[in-house]
Design a protein around this ligand. Structure first.
Ligand code: GLY
Ligand code: MN
Ligand code: MN
Length: 434
């Protein structure tokens, strides 16, 4: 993604803020894993969205209408001794030349400079409450401005939640974002296809996980979230990430794994037979989930609101629960009472973007929000029949199926970004037999 995309985003945010405001955003801190070991660094999604700047220890100030420059970046200073260990630091010169800052200062000077940028601004846009250390710093800068009030300095009268503006912006993706998300989706789709061909009874779940991880890293990606690789009844544990059991002949394998590329996530689930052939019971459950997913994808359309795909999937799933004998009663009663949640306990999807569960409201003024072209969501119905499920035919116990695709809303419907992964029973069996 080139710097003009980030510039366009800052402009859009500034237009929404109006003059008289200043937005202040911190980079993500580095996080310690244990003793001298840190987690691989991942930039904060809001900070990345507006700057594309990759380093920790940085703060962006966005100041609409400021004559000397509307985008000021504080970042690490170049330091040859440090760079011997950790590689090149961007530094102030390249923050301006490569990252579009109007002005850049060493992060160590922020206490001297930032209060002066805040002074005279009526509104401070920030995301309070997610990083206590940064919140305390911000209040200290504000207090510095307040302490100068007797000398005539004007301190801000309002704190505004930046996320109201920024997350509304992020929920509708630009063409460049859709291209990036399609790349992430394609890498994940190829990983699933490769893994299906690799799967054999007797492998361990972590060996299958390794196939995905290798495919993501080969594309210079990372997993967008911990991969869920659950054989047999482990598929019924929604956030199963132990991934340490052996795969048994005759079981299904549920894999929920997606790559993140340049901070954009994909999120795919496929459920396939360990030995390459669905049993009659697995087939029956799978067909219900697949029909539910198709009904939900058909409901992804700008004429519909957010909840329509979920409603469509739920109707098909409940019909399936009735015909499989998992539940008794009538469809509408079961939906109304929520009884179906015994076997389908999550929602049909979520926004997808820089975060796998991406930002953006699902309701506006209490009403489900309308879908709009450029929004990207997952469609992921499932049916989970745990071992010992009361009143359920034993043949169905221990079967868990989820099918998940990433879908972009278009002017006339939906564009399935993850369409390259086999999904019908015939296609999956053909891929696994090859
Ligand atoms: N992989 C997380 C989710 O499907 O929501
Ligand atoms: Mn998923
Ligand atoms: Mn998902």
């Amino acid at each position: 993604m080139d710097s003009s995309e980030f510039e366009r985003r800052r402009r859009e945010l500034m237009a929404a803020m109006g003059e008289g405001g200043i937005a202040i955003l911190p980079a993500a801190p580095e996080r310690r894993r244990n003793r001298d070991v840190f987690h691989p660094y991942r930039q904060d999604s809001d900070f990345w969205y507006l700057t594309g700047f990759p380093e920790p220890e940085a703060v962006a100030a966005i100041i609409p209408g400021r004559a000397q420059g509307e985008y000021v970046l504080f970042c690490r200073e170049r330091d040859p001794a440090h760079e011997v260990w950790d590689g090149e630091i961007v530094g102030q010169d390249r923050a301006v030349s490569d990252y579009g800052a109007d002005d850049a200062f060493p992060i160590d000077d922020i206490d001297e400079i930032l209060p002066g940028l805040i002074e005279g601004r009526g509104r401070v846009y920030c995301t309070l409450g997610s990083d206590a250390e940064f919140d305390a710093q911000l209040l200290a800068w504000i207090n510095q401005v307040r302490s100068r009030a007797r000398g005539g300095a004007r301190s801000p009268g309002e704190f505004v939640a930046l996320e109201h503006l920024l997350h509304e912006q992020r929920v509708v993706k630009s063409p460049a974002e859709i291209r990036q998300m399609r790349r992430a989706a394609e890498v994940s789709a190829a990983a699933h296809m490769h893994a299906m061909r690799t799967c054999r009874p007797g492998m361990y779940e972590y060996e299958m996980e390794a196939e995905y991880l290798a495919a993501f890293r080969r594309a210079n990606g990372w997993p967008a979230y911990p991969s869920i690789v659950g054989g047999g009844a482990n598929a019924c544990v929604l956030h199963y990430i132990r991934n340490d059991a052996r795969l048994r002949d005759g079981d299904l394998l549920l894999v929920d794994a997606g790559a993140e590329l340049e901070c954009y996530a994909s999120d795919i689930t496929r459920t396939y037979p360990v030995n390459g052939r669905f049993s009659a019971e697995q087939r029956a459950v799978y067909e219900v989930v697949l029909s539910a997913q198709q009904a939900a994808i058909e409901a992804v359309h700008p004429d519909n609101h957010w909840n329509r795909p979920h409603e469509a999937a739920t109707r098909v799933l409940v019909d399936g629960m009735l015909s499989l004998g998992l539940l008794d009663g009538d469809r509408d009663g079961i939906i109304e009472s929520g009884e179906y949640r015994r076997f389908f306990m999550h929602r049909t999807g979520h926004w997808l973007g820089l975060d796998v569960h991406d930002v953006g409201d699902y309701r506006i003024d209490g009403q489900w929000r309308q879908l709009e072209p450029g929004m990207v969501l997952t469609v992921e119905p499932g049916l989970y029949i745990p071992p010992g499920a009361e009143g359920v035919d034993e043949r169905f116990q221990g079967i868990g199926v989820r099918i998940e695709d990433d879908v972009a809303v278009t002017a006339d419907g939906a564009d399935i970004l993850t369409a390259d992964v086999a999904k019908s029973i015939d296609d999956i069996e053909a891929v696994m037999a090859a």
